[in-house]
Design a protein around this ligand. Structure first.
Ligand code: NBP
Length: 478
C-alpha cells in the first residue's frame, strides 16, 4: 500500500480532482466502475503525477495507506449510495469516505450516521467550480467530524483555489454542513445569473444596445464593485459571434434554460426552513418559465409579444446603464443576504456553528460565484460576528442607500416596458418588506382569525386573542 488518497468515480469531476491531487504531490489510487475510464486517465495524464490504478475495488482499497481516505465522485443519489456501501464494506474502523459529489445534505446526514455506526468517518464535501475548478483549484466546503478534518484538511487545502494566501477550503461543521452550504452556494449562483440576465435584457431591449456593446459595458462593470467571474464570463458570451450565421451567439441559442436540481433543492429546503430566498426562487422559476414553450406560445398568441419598448428609449443611455448597474448590485446584495439568512436558519436547525465570514472567504476562489464583493461580506461579519442580517451591515446600508433611487427607476421602467425583471423586483420587494414599519400581515392575521379562528397577538399587550366573528364580535383572550 502506498497511495495516500484514493478517488472512486473517474468521470469528468473525479478525473480532474485525481489529477489535481497528483499534481500536488499526492499518490492517488484510482478506481472506476467502467475500467476504460481508469485506463484512459492514466494513459492521457499518467505523467502528471503518481497514480495507482486498480481494476478491482478490493485492490484499490488495498493500495491505500491506513487510515484510508477514499474520495467518491460519482452521480449523486443511488449511484453514491451504491459506491459508498461497496467501499465501506472493504474499509476498516478509522478509515474515511469523502463524498465530493453534489449530494443532498439530508442524504449526507443519513450516510454519516450509517458509516459512523461502522466506526468509519464520513465526510460530505461540496466541491464547486465545475471541471475547471476540480482540475486547477476548486472551493471545497467540508462537513464532518473534527477528527476527520485533521486528516482531510491538509489534502483538500493542498488542492483548493488560493486567494490572498488563504485556501478556499474549510471545515464548516458536522455531517451535512458542507453539502448544505454548497447547495445554498448553488442557489445564490442561480440568483446571480438571473440578475445578470435581467440587466442584459434591459440594456438590450430598453436601451437598445447590441450584445457587443453590452459586452463592453460588462467588461467595465467587472473592474468595479461587481467584479466577479460571472460578470467576466457574461462579457465573453456576449462578445461571441456565431460562426455559421454571423449573428451574435446569444441570438442563436434557444432561450430555454436547463437546470440540474440544486437550485430547486435550495428553494425546497428554504420553504421547509421558512426563510424567504425570493431571489433564488425567482431564478429557478424564471428558468422553468423559459422552458415552458407551449405556455409561452399560447400567451404570445393571445397577447402578442412584448418585445419593443413601450416607453421611449432613455434619452441618456449612459445614465440608464449606470442605473441598471446600481440596481444589479443592490439586487445582488439582497440575494446574498437571503442566502446567508438561509445558512443561519439551517445552522440553527441542524446544530452547525457556521462561520459566515469564513464561508464568504472560501467562496472567493475556485467557485462560480467568486467575486470581489465576498470580501465585503467577510468584513461585515468580522466587524460584527452576531450580525443579524447582511442588509444592516454599514457597508451594505451605504450601498443600498446609494442605489435606492436607481433601483426603483429601473424596476418601474422594466414594468412599463414589458421587460420581465423578477429578480430585481423580488429583491426590491424583499428589501421594502424588511424595512417597512407596518406590514399587511396584520390584515392577513385578521383574515385568518375570521375564517379559521387562528388567533392573533396585539401590538399593545401580551396574550393571544380571537374575535367572536360569528357572534357579537367581542374580543376574547385565548
Ligand atoms: P457524473 O455525475 O456524470 O457521474 C458519473 C460517474 O458516476 C462515473 O464515474 C460512473 O461510473 C459513476 N457511477 C454511476 Br453514474 N453509477 C454508479 C454506480 N452505481 N456504481 C459505481 N459508479 C457509478 O460525473 P461528474 O459530472 O464527474 O460528477 C461527479 C459528481 O460531482 C456528481 O455528484 C456531480 O453532481 C458532482 N459535481 C459535478 C460538477 C460538474 O460540473 N460536472 C460540479 C460540481 C459537482 P461509470 O463510468 O462506470 O459509468
Amino acid at each position: 500500500a502506498r497511495a495516500g488518497v484514493g478517488v472512486v468515480g473517474l468521470a469528468v469531476m473525479g478525473s480532474n480532482l485525481a489529477r489535481n491531487l497528483a499534481r500536488n504531490g499526492h499518490t492517488v489510487a484510482l478506481w472506476n466502475r467502467t475500467q476504460e475510464k481508469t485506463t484512459a486517465l492514466v494513459e492521457a495524464h499518467g505523467h502528471e503525477g503518481d497514480f495507482v490504478p486498480s481494476e478491482e475495488l478490493a485492490d484499490f482499497v488495498a493500495s491505500l495507506t491506513t487510515p484510508r481516505c477514499v474520495i467518491v465522485m460519482v452521480q449523486a443519489g443511488p449511484g453514491t449510495d451504491a459506491v459508498v456501501d461497496a467501499v465501506a464494506e472493504l474499509l476498516e474502523p478509522g478509515d474515511m469516505v469523502v463524498d465530493g459529489g453534489n449530494a443532498l445534505f439530508g442524504d449526507t446526514i443519513r450516510r454519516t450516521e450509517a458509516l459512523e455506526a461502522k466506526g468509519l468517518h464520513f465526510v460530505g464535501a461540496g466541491v464547486s467550480g465545475g471541471e475547471e475548478g476540480a482540475l486547477n483549484g476548486p472551493s471545497i466546503m467540508v462537513g464532518g467530524s473534527d477528527e476527520a478534518y485533521e486528516t482531510l484538511g491538509p489534502i483538500v487545502e493542498s488542492i483548493a483555489a488560493v486567494v490572498d494566501g488563504t485556501p478556499c477550503a474549510a471545515h464548516l461543521g458536522t455531517d451535512g454542513a458542507g453539502h448544505f452550504v454548497k447547495m445554498v452556494h448553488n442557489g445564490i449562483e442561480y440568483a446571480d445569473m438571473q440578475l445578470i440576465g435581467e440587466a442584459y435584457d434591459l440594456l438590450r431591449n430598453v436601451a437598445g444596445l447590441s450584445p457587443s456593446a453590452i459586452s463592453e459595458i460588462f467588461v467595465g462593470w467587472n473592474s468595479g464593485e461587481l467584479d466577479s467571474f460571472l460578470i467576466e464570463i457574461t462579457a465573453d458570451v456576449l462578445a461571441q459571434v456565431d460562426a455559421s450565421t454571423g449573428q451574435p451567439f446569444v441570438d442563436v441559442v434557444l432561450d430555454q434554460a436547463g437546470m440540474k436540481g440544486t437550485g430547486t433543492w435550495t428553494v425546497q429546503t428554504a420553504l421547509t426552513l421558512g426563510t424567504p430566498v425570493s431571489g433564488i426562487a425567482e431564478a429557478v422559476f424564471a428558468r422553468a418559465l423559459s422552458s415552458h414553450r407551449e405556455t409561452r406560445d399560447a400567451v404570445q398568441a393571445a397577447y402578442g409579444t412584448t418585445s419593443g419598448s413601450t416607453v421611449p428609449v432613455p434619452d441618456d443611455v449612459d445614465a440608464f446603464v449606470e442605473q441598471v448597474r446600481r440596481a444589479l448590485y443592490a439586487s445582488k446584495i439582497v440575494s446574498y443576504a437571503q442566502g446567508f439568512d438561509m445558512l443561519a436558519a439551517g445552522a440553527l436547525l441542524h446544530g452547525w456553528s457556521l462561520d459566515m465570514g469564513q464561508i464568504a472567504t472560501i467562496w472567493r476562489g475556485g467557485c462560480i460565484i467568486r467575486a470581489r464583493f465576498l470580501d465585503r461580506i467577510t468584513e461585515a461579519y468580522a466587524a460584527d460576528p452576531a450580525l443579524v442580517s447582511l442588509l444592516s451591515a454599514p457597508v451594505f446600508v451605504e450601498a443600498l442607500q446609494g442605489a435606492d433611487a436607481a433601483w426603483r427607476q429601473v424596476v418601474s421602467t422594466a414594468a412599463l416596458s414589458g421587460v420581465p425583471t423578477p429578480g430585481f423586483a423580488a429583491a426590491l420587494a424583499a428589501f421594502d418588506g424588511s424595512r417597512r414599519d407596518r406590514l399587511p400581515a396584520a390584515l392577513v392575521q385578521g383574515q385568518r382569525d375570521l375564517f379559521g379562528a387562528h388567533t392573533y397577538r396585539r401590538v399593545d399587550r401580551e396574550g393571544t386573542f380571537h374575535v367572536m366573528w360569528g357572534e357579537d364580535r367581542r374580543e376574547t383572550e385565548v
